[in-house]
Write a protein that binds this ligand. Structure first.
Ligand code: ADP
Length: 176
């Protein structure tokens, strides 16, 4: 169930980041080379098709915390915003670098007048960031940026397990 907080609609859903046709931008949990890879990046590149990597190549490599924006090709969205999360235990300070991902993704969304965006849980797969800690960073960062929004109206979190979804739903429930 979506909730509205400070005029922004938030929701958490169980699903696949490549199947969110009603949002303008999806966020990729990218690797430094902006290449295909596993997890979210693999799914996004497979669904978008090879042109996505062609656009990504000259933009790579990116550093932890950075984000870049591309078109979405065969995905049902207008844009992909690629964020490189920190590898937990090696890219430090992890919380600051993860927060930078969310800030930079939101900044690019605003610069491109994007009204709706879907985030996966960046860094919590191959990069091993503890899920609950990562969720705290994601919430605190996004809530800290709300005042800056001029275009964004809707933020969706796309989770890959029931357990992850429940955790996000609990956090969203506390906002109301
Ligand atoms: P990272 O390398 O940043 O850790 P991963 O893609 O390995 O990124 O995983 C990030 C999170 O996304 C994990 O919680 C994982 O379970 C989840 N995930 C993996 N594939 C998908 C997908 N297709 N859609 C949404 N979430 C996904």
């Amino acid at each position: 169930m979506p909730i509205t907080y400070k005029n922004i609609e938030f929701e958490a859903v169980l699903g696949d980041i490549t199947n969110q046709p009603d949002v303008e931008a999806v966020v990729n949990a990218a690797n430094a080379e902006l290449a295909i890879g596993g997890g979210v990046a693999g799914a996004i590149h497979r669904a978008a098709g090879p042109e996505l990597y062609e656009e990504c190549k000259p933009l790579a490599p990116i550093n932890p915390g950075e984000a870049v924006i591309t078109k979405a090709y065969n995905l049902p969205n207008k844009y992909v915003i690629h964020c490189l999360g920190p590898v937990y235990g090696s890219d430090k300070p992890e919380d600051e670098l993860l927060a930078n991902c969310y800030k930079n993704a939101l900044r690019l969304a605003e610069e491109n007048k994007i009204s709706s965006i879907a985030f996966p849980s960046i860094s919590t797969g191959a990069f091993r960031y503890p899920f609950q800690k990562a969720t705290d960073v994601s919430f605190n960062t996004i809530l800290g940026e709300l005042e800056r929004f001029k275009h964004l109206q809707k933020i969706r979190f796309v989770l890959f397990s029931e357990q992850d979804l429940r955790f996000y739903e609990e956090k969203l429930g506390k906002l109301e």
